[in-house]
Design a protein around this ligand. Structure first.
Ligand SMILES: Nc1nc2c(c(=O)[nH]1)N[C@H]1C(S)=C(S)[C@@H](COP(=O)(O)OP(=O)(O)OC[C@H]3O[C@@H](n4cnc5c(N)ncnc54)[C@H](O)[C@@H]3O)O[C@H]1N2
Ligand code: MOO
Length: 423
């Protein structure tokens, strides 16, 4: 089940028409794709990387009790000496899981361990490294502050507070957060099913002999990797021969069982292009030119209500168009909200001289490293041809050069989008 956002505005520029800017293409996609609506309930561990389909509120305070942040002595803040020292009588001990069941009066203190509930009356904990103990007497000097080293009940999550919003892709910390409120299961959206195939008579699958002019279908594996990382259920339709029947059959099969369809190749102006013909027959599809490099041609539309993305065949173009457009769109289809369509990056000085013609956004492949002086810099991976898949393998970031930019001189700050985050 899928809800379609926006109207049937798949219109755009065909080949020969003005190119869309990256921002325009992004906006169109954002308006066009809607989320899957089918939900399922999963045990917490199984929900990692899945998209939450419900708002989760906390039924309890976390922590459930005011407790100590350190091992030390719990006391009244008013007993702390402004100057000099004070001696308090230690009247008992509180551990995490076994609270002290008697109040602590002025002039008294209690031994307390990290995580133990604060005994009634006291409001301050002094670290044990800062006291002297002799028998039941504890001596404390000055320099302490009333209320120090105390964690308030509910300071992480208050009862009734929203813990996680619907549309959140669950990260390890989120699983822990849900566990901290005692949630065993959560409602998530079904994983989106994404069908894809490669087109091109020059393509051979691994294991087949390579005749003259033939190449192995590498996009199939790159796409498999990118889709799997994204948590999609991958429907791999392999290499589809460039015949009218084969392409129609593959598209119809894909549309019947998928939430999105991806193809690679056959979106430029070449011959033997049955993809376009089949798409026209089965659905509504626009061929876009985007003012970007690599990845200028991109087809987008729908077959029935299933969004279709026709990626250019060049292996680097597949990856760039996937990460800049398809991945955020698939996140939206998966039910995620608050998607970083723009892919926030940061600016660092570029160590290489970059060739760039003004007029389109370029996504060059870069390597972010620390220079000898400890500053972060980026250099280009070298030859930037869109058939050079190795450039993606060697790189750890995109260098994003805006449409208006010309050549980049060494030392100039450029925007980078790192390939990997920490969490
Ligand atoms: N006259 C023009 N020619 C081209 C233009 C143009 O605007 N005018 N654009 C160029 C750009 S940019 C790109 S990108 C490609 C896109 O063309 P297609 O999407 O039609 O892709 P193909 O021609 O089928 O293939 C391009 C290239 O990639 C190789 N390829 C294709 N599929 C795979 C695969 N699954 N695994 C590995 N390699 C693959 C294919 O052999 C070609 O070398 O068009 C330019 N031309
Ligand atoms: O746009 Mo093509 O994708 O540059 O290689």
């Amino acid at each position: 089940m899928r809800a379609m956002a926006g109207s049937e505005r798949t219109g755009g520029c065909g080949i020969g028409q003005a190119a869309l800017t990256v921002e325009e293409a992004r906006e169109r996609l954002r308006a066009e794709v809607g989320p899957v609506t089918t939900r399922e309930r999963l045990a917490l561990r199984a929900a990692l990387d899945r998209v939450l389909a419900e708002e989760v509120r906390s039924p309890i305070d976390v922590p459930s009790h005011t407790n100590s942040a350190v091992d030390g002595y719990a006391l009244h803040g008013d007993d702390l000496p402004g100057a000099g020292r004070i001696s308090l009588r230690c009247v008992g001990s509180a551990r995490a899981g076994s609270p002290l069941d008697r109040p602590v009066a002025r002039g008294e203190c209690a031994r307390i361990m990290t995580g133990a509930p604060l005994p009634p009356g006291v409001d301050t904990v002094v670290m044990q490294e800062h006291v002297e103990r002799a028998g039941d007497r504890v001596t404390i000097g000055d320099g302490h502050r009333g209320g120090e080293n105390v964690r308030a009940a509910g300071e992480d999550l208050a009862r009734g507070q929203t813990v996680l919003e619907a549309g959140r892709r669950l990260q390890p910390a989120d699983l822990g957060l849900l566990a901290s409120i005692g949630r065993a299961e959560v409602g998530v959206y079904r994983r989106p099913r994404v069908a894809f195939f490669s087109t091109g008579d020059e393509l051979r699958s691994i294991g087949e002999p390579l005749g003259p002019g033939l190449i192995y279908d590498s996009n199939r594996y790159t796409l498999h990797g990118m889709l799997t990382r994204l948590g999609a259920e991958v429907i791999d339709l392999g290499v589809v021969r460039d015949t009218r029947e084969a392409v129609r059959e593959a598209l119809a099969e894909a549309a019947a069982g998928a939430d999105a369809i991806l193809t690679s190749g056959g979106v430029s102006v070449g011959e033997a292009d049955y993809v376009k013909e089949a798409l026209d027959a089965l659905g509504r599809v626009s061929f876009w030119q985007i003012a970007m490099k690599p990845g200028r041609p991109l087809a987008f539309g729908r077959i029935g209500d299933v969004p279709f993305f026709g990626l250019p065949g060049n292996p680097v173009s597949v990856m760039v168009t996937f990460y800049q457009f398809v991945e955020p769109a698939l996140r939206q289809i998966a039910g995620e909200r608050g998607i970083d369509w723009r892919r926030a990056g940061f600016r660092v000085p570029c160590a290489s001289r970059l060739k760039k013609r003004a007029g389109r956004t370029e996504y060059q492949r870069g390597v972010l490293t620390y220079a000898d002086d400890g500053t972060l810099t980026v250099r280009a991976t070298g030859h930037q041809g869109s058939g050079m898949l190795r450039s993606m393998s060697v790189a750890n970031c995109f260098i994003v050069l805006p449409a208006e930019s010309g050549d980049v001189e060494p030392g100039t700050p450029v925007e980078v989008q790192p390939f990997h985050g920490i969490v």
